[in-house]
Design a protein around this ligand. Structure first.
Ligand code: UD1
Ligand code: CA
Length: 453
């Protein structure tokens, strides 16, 4: 099988410098949705027809399994498929897809390809408002005769509600012959792919129509409004899939998955959360409201409180994170670690049962088990040029408002007094404190304001 994806159109109505098919839907370029669905059908040839601004499309998406056909200038959908022809295998079936119709499902395409055995198969839908689309013209017995474009149609033809979605499949050998016979003698002076329908009819080939299961599968994106509409549809589908797998969503309409979200049993996700890249939530994870997670893995039973932000980080089982916590790239927390409000962790490992509960910065650190890091603690990991490491061994207790000037090590079981500025290693099982000694001066009087006369 050949699959051709038409993606040369300009997309003027997007009002954007980004080529239309590169606009993201659920975190992935429109045309990449189509490419991935096409890949799932395992075609022999997968050819993308690109044009305006197309070098960016090619550069962004290039992969060894893709063939590229440049269409310049763009003279219509038939002309577009002509450009792909040299890449196509002459036998078998060819399936035509649009790069700006991203939600088409593989199952629908399989039905269409099946219908195209010894026939021309067209994906059609009946629309309450068919205006703008090519109409499916049938004879009195219901047999398809041809497709007429809106601009070439009569008033009577415009009353037909069955439209051409543009997605079709046909025997490759016949497609090659038909394309050579297209003319641009029509209202738009374009080479219409749709003209192959009457050619197939003349050749006595059966024309079969197939309908998608859902109307949204064939919706195209021409504007930012349509892009936003399809985004909602895509998100609703994702939310439904998650709920069918057993995930509890506080509100399926207030979830955004811009990548892949993999969930174990009994996961709960509150409102307003955004998931990007690949996120894994193990069994019974609870995500509080308004959390943002990107490329993260959360162990079983971990709970994120509201407004937690996690990127390229791993949290072990039974973690208690947030509210207002930030785990940056390279944060790796073992089981039962507690990270509280206004705590930032970067490129650091924290072993089991340790706590960093309030207002702290931990960067480039290795923290052992059962360590308690007090409020306001900061690892001073950066001298303006280089980064240095802080090591805090098991069972250490870091008093509040402590600065650990890296490179520095706090030994096992050590205690740092509050307010310590640690510049040399703190020995194990010892209290280290760098605070100035407290003095009380008896009889000291506050200065008085001078009395004006
Ligand atoms: C086309 C169909 C119409 C159908 C409609 C569905 C033709 C002649 N008409 O309309 O029957 O109802 O789609 O949306 O086929 N493209 C190219 N190169 C071109 C022209 C288009 O690659 O020279 C691509 C576009 O990027 C887009 C697709 O083909 O992905 C459809 O183009 P568009 O202009 O939206 O469709 P119409 O020609 O209006
Ligand atoms: Ca159009």
């Amino acid at each position: 099988m050949n699959i051709v994806i038409l993606a040369a159109g300009q997309g003027k109505r997007m009002h954007s410098n980004l080529p239309k098919v590169l606009h993201p839907l659920a975190g992935k370029a429109l045309v990449l949705h189509v490419i991935d669905t096409a890949r799932s059908l395992a075609p022999q040839t997968l050819c993308v027809v690109y044009g305006h601004g197309g070098e960016a499309v090619r550069r962004t998406l290039d992969a060894p399994d893709l063939a590229w056909a440049l269409q310049e200038p763009q003279l219509g959908t038939g002309h577009a498929v002509q450009q792909a022809l040299p890449h196509l295998c002459a036998e078998g079936t060819t399936l035509i897809l649009y790069g700006d119709v991203p939600l088409i499902r593989a199952e629908t395409l399989r039905k269409l390809v099946h219908a195209a055995q010894g026939a021309l198969a067209i994906l059609t839908v009946e629309l309450a408002d068919p205006s703008g689309y090519g109409r499916i013209v049938r004879d009195g017995t219901g047999r398809v005769l041809r497709i007429v474009e809106q601009k070439d149609s009569t008033a009577e033809e415009r009353r037909i509600s069955e439209i051409n979605t543009g997605i079709m499949a046909m025997p490759s050998a016949l497609l090659g012959q038909w394309l050579g016979r297209l003319s641009n003698d029509n209202a738009q002076q374009e080479y219409y792919l749709t003209d192959i329908v009457s050619m197939a009819v003349s050749a006595g080939l059966p024309i079969r129509t197939v309908n998608p299961t859902n109307e949204w599968e064939v919706l195209g994106v021409n504007s930012k409004v349509q892009l936003a509409e399809l985004e909602r549809i895509a998100q609703r589908c994702t939310a439904e899939q998650l709920m069918e797998q057993g995930v509890r969503l506080a509100d399926p309409a207030r979830l955004d998955v811009r990548g892949e979200l993999v969930c174990g049993r009994d996961v709960f996700i509150d409102v307003g959360c955004v998931f990007e890249g690949r996120v894994e939530l193990d069994e019974a994870v609870e995500v509080g409201p308004n959390c943002v997670l990107k490329n993260a893995r959360l162990g079983a039973g971990t709970r994120l409180a509201a407004f937690t932000h996690i990127e390229d980080a791993v949290v072990g089982p039974d973690g208690r994170i947030g509210p207002f916590a930030r785990l940056r790239p390279g944060a790796e927390l073992a089981g039962d670690v507690h990270i509280g409000n206004f705590v930032e962790i970067k490129k650091s490992t924290i072993a089991a049962h340790s706590k960093v509960n309030h207002l702290a910065y931990i960067g480039d650190a290795i923290i052992g088990s059962r360590v308690n890091v007090g409020a306001g603690t900061i690892t001073c990991n950066y001298d303006g040029a280089n980064k240095f490491q802080t090591i805090i061994e098991d069972d250490a207790f870091i008093g509040s408002d402590t600065q650990l000037v890296a490179p520095v090590t706090v030994g096992r079981g050590a205690t740092l007094g509050a307010g310590t500025t640690l510049t040399r290693d703190a020995p194990a099982d010892t209290l280290t404190v760098s605070r100035a000694k407290q003095v009380s001066i008896a009889g000291w009087k506050r200065p008085l304001k001078a009395v004006k006369k």
